[in-house]
Each structure stands twice: as structure tokens, then as C-alpha cells.
Design a protein around this ligand. Structure first.
Ligand SMILES: [Zn+2]
Length: 288
């Protein structure tokens, strides 16, 4: 009810660019991102002359094809390059539908995808039985072009830089810079609106890696999931990663209890256990 006592009339309105389920958001000249409702995931696009570059391919072939269909709203040019920000299934399982496109990723992404992909397919199918059939048809198709620290590539005459900044969310995360547009795609090294996933993470390394992300910020920053952010968003994430690493160390050294650390975590209690447990595992030397 409104203050005047009349019932609120809810008019169904379509999500706007930048909102989950909304159309492509043009962040800068011919640099786009689209925020899909499923996993609140951001898929990036850079358009050059006559070619398109796509960042991440979603969880299934069906979802990958949806990207290709949605692309028609902004270009008729073919996708000539795909970049996987890291090996996780929601960023790479759609790869196959983009072939024969070149697919770029970090050097460790292909072996990790081939080694861990099958298990992650099984666990995703168990968690989401409605997607089991789609997951079952996924052809694991890792990047065919890889690099160790930096790769400078071109899409239709436009320069795009790929950088590995260190371990964080996984040990395969890369960021994508579009220098002429001052846009940075950070993959899951950053996540807006939810606790970042630490299950394959390196919590002691993540703050340093996030600080390197921060050094590259000159404009909009696109996280792997959630709303597009800015420098302040990256600073907030860095502060949270520093807090997790510090709390983990304090538990490890016996100065506070695990429960104290959960209570002091920058994330909500329910989602703080995994980050802290992962930190302790790394402090015990279990993550290599
Ligand atoms: Zn991920």
C-alpha cells in the first residue's frame, strides 16, 4: 500500500541494461557486458572491425548458444576470439559451441578443465537435476591458445590485453583489459553482491592478486558475477580478502577461535566457513 492508501500498481517492467536479465550494457565504445539471471553471471563482449571477442561461455551448450543469439542484438560480425577467465564450468562449458573460434586462457586452464571438469559436471548435475541433460551433452573443449603472464591480442584491429596476476579464486584466473576503452573484466577474482567462491581459492594469495587488479582499474570493472563496479568496489573486495586472510592466521596461531573468526568475517556467517577453512588449509600447507 502507498502512503495515500491506494494499492501499489505493479507494472511489469523489463530489466534495464546492467540488471540481471537485462539487455547488453555498453560500458564504453563497443565494449559490452550482459548480466544473465542464471548465476547472476556477466558475459563480456569486445567488438572490433568485423570481429567480436566474447569473455566466458557459461555452463552448458544451450547457454553458450544463448550468448550467440543475444549477440545479434549488437553485432552481425562473427565471434573470432573467446577468452576463458578461468577453468570453472560456468565460464568454460559453453566453449564448444563457439568453435572453430580461437579460445584463450591461462596455461593451467586446459589441464584443470580436463582434470576437474568431469567431477564438476557431476556435482552440478546433482545440485541442479533440471540441468543434468544439458550438462551431460557438454563437450569439454579447453582453450587452444594459452599464456603464462601476459598476452596481447587483437580483435578486428583493437588491442586487448590478457594478464595473469597471481593465485586467487583459482590458480588460473586472468583479467582482460581493453586499453582504448579503460574497461577491465576481472572474472571471478571479484564478485559483487554475494560471497566470492573460495572452494578452489588461495586465500593467502588473493589479497595480493586483488591489489594488482586494483592497480589496473581505470574505469568500469566487470566481476564474474554481480553488478559492474568501480575502483571503490575493488577496494572493498580487497579489504574483505585481507580480513579473511588475517582472521585465518589468527585462528591458525590460536589467538582467536574459529567461531570468533566467523563472527568477525566481512561475509555473512553462513558463507564464511568455507573461506576460513580454505585459509586454514592453505596455512597448513595443504594447497601446494
Ligand atoms: Zn569461478
Amino acid at each position: 500500500m502507498r502512503a495515500d492508501g491506494r494499492p501499489r500498481v505493479s507494472t511489469p517492467s523489463s530489466p534495464r541494461p546492467g540488471e540481471p536479465g537485462g539487455p547488453w550494457l555498453e560500458l564504453a565504445d563497443r565494449v559490452f557486458t550482459k548480466r544473465y539471471v542464471f548465476y547472476d553471471q556477466q558475459i563480456g563482449v569486445v567488438l572490433g572491425d568485423g570481429e567480436a571477442l566474447v569473455i566466458d561461455t557459461r555452463l552448458t551448450h544451450r547457454q553458450g548458444r544463448e550468448i550467440l543469439e543475444d549477440l545479434r542484438a549488437i553485432t552481425t560480425d562473427p565471434v573470432s576470439i573467446v577468452v576463458n577467465t578461468h577453468w570453472h564450468n560456468d565460464h568454460s562449458f559453453g566453449n564448444h559451441v563457439f568453435r572453430p573460434t580461437t579460445i584463450w586462457g591461462h596455461r593451467r586452464t586446459p589441464p584443470m578443465l580436463l582434470e576437474r571438469g568431469p567431477g564438476s559436471r557431476t556435482s552440478a548435475s546433482e545440485r541442479m537435476p533440471g540441468l543434468a541433460a544439458d550438462l551431460g551433452e557438454v563437450v569439454l573443449d579447453p582453450p587452444d591458445r594459452v599464456f603464462e603472464e601476459t598476452a596481447r591480442i587483437e580483435v578486428g584491429g583493437r588491442r586487448v590485453e590478457l594478464r595473469y596476476l597471481g593465485r586467487g579464486h583459482t590458480d588460473t584466473d586472468i583479467v582482460i583489459e581493453v586499453p582504448d576503452a579503460a574497461v577491465l573484466f576481472a572474472g571471478d577474482l571479484l564478485e559483487a553482491g554475494a560471497t566470492p567462491y573460495f572452494g578452489d581459492g588461495y586465500p593467502l594469495d588473493w589479497p595480493e592478486t586483488a591489489s594488482r587488479v586494483l592497480e589496473l582499474v581505470r574505469g568500469p570493472v566487470v566481476p564474474g558475477h554481480g553488478a559492474v563496479g568501480d575502483r571503490a568496489f575493488v577496494e572493498d573486495q580487497l579489504t574483505a580478502f585481507l580480513a579473511i586472510a588475517r582472521l585465518g592466521r589468527e585462528v591458525h596461531e590460536g589467538r582467536i577461535t574459529f567461531e570468533d573468526a566467523v563472527a568477525a568475517s566481512p561475509f555473512d556467517a553462513k558463507t564464511s566457513v568455507e573461506p576460513l577453512e580454505r585459509t586454514l588449509a592453505q596455512l597448513r600447507g595443504e594447497l601446494g
